[in-house]
Design a protein around this ligand. Structure first.
Ligand code: GLU
Length: 368
């Protein structure tokens, strides 16, 4: 039901779903997962997969034991395993006629606005091209200080920057329980969390934090990020065949519902950004267009002040130099100075590269 209403869905799969305890690759499972994805694509959903498994598959290939490897060695192993991982996806997804691409992210790519806007654009272009982005942390260069460290939080950041409606964390547990289900027979699966901070206090998470590959703590952290981003999240057992279909049919999982609307979350994020780096003064026509929910185009800009980069927070002033809106600029001040007043289809020629035509996209703008 909830998936039906979701346009953009991020699905995280843990290593334990791809590789079993005997270090065998679960190809049958992955084929069934691909079929689920195919069905979602047929319903015109935008899908992003966040997959772990680079280190696990690298270990299998190189005959190492995952538990006693130091960080620098695991980074080298991940660079071998990432190829194995993508080959695996490529082979199996192709059988379901699904095209895939690879995106490797480091912490700054989602934390820094400019880089996150770039990443968001790449995701959007891949959706347009009908390719499914498969994301992992760039393990080969991420050291502990600059690491997400777990794909639960990475997936929630991806959900946040892509404005996703739902994040599915496929794990090896059914979800969140009232007590540790391994110890207590009367432990009950919690089906819905509607008020994260309040509900979590009433749950005995201590005993259940050790379950699952990423642990329950990182999943709760991911839920907090999603909650603030206006994105719903679900923890479900992914060990079954056709895991997405299972969620839709059985709903034997834990849903975290965000009470904030996505647009509200994004706008709040924009308005609460650090001090604006510059100003754009616009003409009356552009002001009218913005009031009607349109994006800001170069043609409507009269003046640029300040020095700023793509993704920076800027003020938008009207003809009387009254602050009218705030937003994130899709171009640097230097670029805007070149394209100011120009028609959107001239931008490519002036700048020498093809770019987006909106100077401030409507989703990146808040009226003040
Ligand atoms: N990025 C790691 C890998 O692909 C996995 C991290 C995680 O499992 O959370 O091996």
């Amino acid at each position: 039901m909830h998936l039906k209403n979701s346009k953009t869905i991020v699905i995280k799969i843990g290593s334990s779903l791809l590789v079993d305890k005997n270090k065998k690759i679960r190809k049958k499972w992955l084929s069934s997962f691909a079929k689920d994805i195919k069905k979602l694509k047929e319903k015109k959903k935008k899908i992003i997969i966040v997959s772990s498994g680079a280190i696990a598959l690298g270990c299998i290939k190189m005959n190492y034991n995952k538990s006693n490897i130091k960080l620098d060695k695991s980074q080298a192993i991940a660079s071998v395993g990432q190829i194995e991982l993508m080959n695996l996806f490529s082979k199996i997804f192709l059988k379901s006629k699904l095209n895939i691409s690879q995106i490797l992210l480091t912490l700054d790519d989602t934390e820094e606005r400019r880089r996150s806007i770039n990443a968001k654009r790449t995701f959007e272009n891949l959706f347009d091209l009908n390719y499914i982005p498969i994301v992992n942390e760039n393990d080969t260069i991420a050291t502990s200080e600059i690491k997400y460290g777990d794909n639960d939080r990475l997936a929630s950041r991806v959900a946040q920057i892509t404005n996703a409606d739902t994040l599915i964390l496929l794990s090896d547990v059914d979800g969140l329980f009232t007590k540790n289900p391994k110890k207590f027979k009367n432990a009950k699966l919690i089906k819905e969390i509607n008020n994260l901070d309040k509900d979590i206090q009433n749950i005995h998470t201590k005993g259940i934090t050790k379950l699952g590959s990423g642990g329950m703590n990182t999943k709760i952290e991911a839920a907090k990020i999603c909650n603030l981003a206006g994105c719903n999240m679900v923890i479900a057992n992914g060990l079954y065949l056709n895991p997405i279909n299972q969620i839709e049919k059985k709903n034997n999982c834990t849903w975290f519902f965000s009470r904030i609307s996505k647009l509200h979350a994004r706008k709040k994020w924009i308005i609460s950004s650090v001090s604006p780096k510059g100003e754009l003064t616009i003409d009356d026509g552009a002001k009218r267009a913005l009031k009607n929910g349109k994006s800001l185009l170069a043609a409507g800009i009269k003046k640029v002040s300040g020095k700023f980069y793509k993704g920076d927070h800027i003020k938008i002033l009207d003809n009387k130099r009254q602050e009218f809106a705030r937003g994130l600029s899709s171009f640097s001040s230097q670029e805007i100075n070149k394209i100011i007043g120009c028609h959107s289809n001239e931008i490519g020629e002036i700048l020498g590269y093809v770019s987006k035509s909106e100077v401030v996209h409507k989703d990146d703008m808040v009226e003040v």
